[in-house]
Design a protein around this ligand. Structure first.
Ligand code: AMP
Ligand code: MG
Length: 336
């Protein structure tokens, strides 16, 4: 419940229309719970029936992708890849190849800070379950030794994926929501929509502007003050993703344990409180925000600067805000 509340608050901010705000009648918004989170689609500039048809098709596309990419099913592409780890290559859909190819590219670029083979550590820490505790050191070490994106063979021609070692597991929690936002946006476009915002929790894709000359307004959540914004960005035809340590976490002995793991230590990454990345696509902003979060302000900003069209806002472990030069002075409401 807590998580849904936070995400909903963010979505309202994202839509740029909070309590007391009245939107014009050609703005239509729908929310569904998909991919384990809140998905909100906002469509502007088309009539209600057309908007409904387009949004239904976009939600359907996200549901379809969830079926392919989920970690929590034995029959999904991911479930089958993981079950065959250390044994054989597995035939998968073109979508899975596309996501894993991008995942590998960001793993290479980030020196493994982003690693889609993080599955054994995700399962061990169990941020999805209620009973949360710090696992024994030896178990963390054992799981960490199974995390290595270079031991995942992706063959686009044969459309197969193979994990080298038994016990390895792919988890796409750090990239699949962004991919789904891109694909849903594509479906909206195919339905004639030219102004829309697709928000799969904190992974957001903007199509066009909200209205002529008025970009979409996206809030960056304050990492320690739920429901308030740290600053906001204006976007059109662009994507923005935020990774934060406030989404799924528990605190033990004054240490915050959360769902973004550093493959180098096997523990929650500790260099940042949040990382927000702007990029041309959401698959890219999603993977980069997770990578930048793990890397922290210096290396994270350097990584984002090396990617054409990408910008970042990183809140470090002390709460200081770092932005790429391209965003200097462009984050509204940000105390300097
Ligand atoms: P995000 O909120 O996009 O940063 O994604 C966080 C999710 O990605 C976690 O819940 C895990 O499923 C997965 N994840 C955690 N750490 C990593 C990592 N270092 N690289 C890739 N995926 C990760
Ligand atoms: Mg991500």
């Amino acid at each position: 419940m807590r998580k849904a509340g936070v995400v909903l608050a963010m979505v309202l901010l994202v839509a740029g229309c909070g309590a007391g705000c009245r939107e014009s009648s050609d703005v239509h918004r729908r929310t569904q719970y998909l991919m384990g989170t809140v998905v909100t689609i906002t469509v502007a500039g088309v009539g209600g029936d057309d908007a409904d048809r387009a949004m239904n098709a976009a939600f359907e596309e996200i549901r379809r992708l969830e079926g392919i990419l989920t970690f929590f099913s034995e029959s999904s592409d991911l479930g089958r890849i993981n079950a065959a780890a250390g044994e054989r290559p597995v035939g998968v859909s073109a979508e899975t190849i596309e996501v894993l190819t991008e995942a590998r590219r960001i793993s290479d670029a980030s020196g493994g800070a982003f690693d889609a083979t993080i599955g054994p550590l995700v399962s061990l820490w169990g941020f999805e379950v209620k009973e949360r505790f710090v696992p024994p050191k030896e178990e963390i070490e054992r799981a960490r030794m199974l995390v290595d994106w270079r031991k995942m063979a992706v063959d686009p021609e044969r459309r197969t994926v193979r994990l080298d070692r038994k016990g390895m597991k792919v988890d796409l929690g750090g990239i699949a929501k962004g991919y789904a936002a891109d694909r849903a946006a594509e479906v909206l476009r195919q339905h004639g929509v030219s102004r829309a915002l697709v928000a799969v929790a904190g992974d957001i894709r903007a199509i066009g502007e909200k209205s002529p000359g008025v970009p979409w307004h996206v809030g960056i959540q304050h990492p320690r003050d739920p429901g308030t914004v740290l600053g906001s960005l204006r976007i059109a035809d662009r994507s923005v993703s935020t990774s934060g340590d406030y989404e799924r976490y528990f605190i033990e002995d004054d240490v915050r344990y959360h769902h973004i793991l550093d493959p180098a230590t096997g523990r929650s990454a500790a260099a940042s409180r949040s990382a927000t990345v702007l990029a041309p696509t959401t698959i890219l902003s999603d993977a980069l925000s997770t990578a930048a979060f793990v890397l922290g302000p210096e290396k994270g900003i350097a990584l984002v600067r090396s990617v054409p069209g990408a910008e970042a806002v990183i809140v470090d472990r002390e709460g200081r805000v770092h932005v790429t030069p391209g965003l200097a002075g462009k984050v509204e409401g940000l105390a300097s």
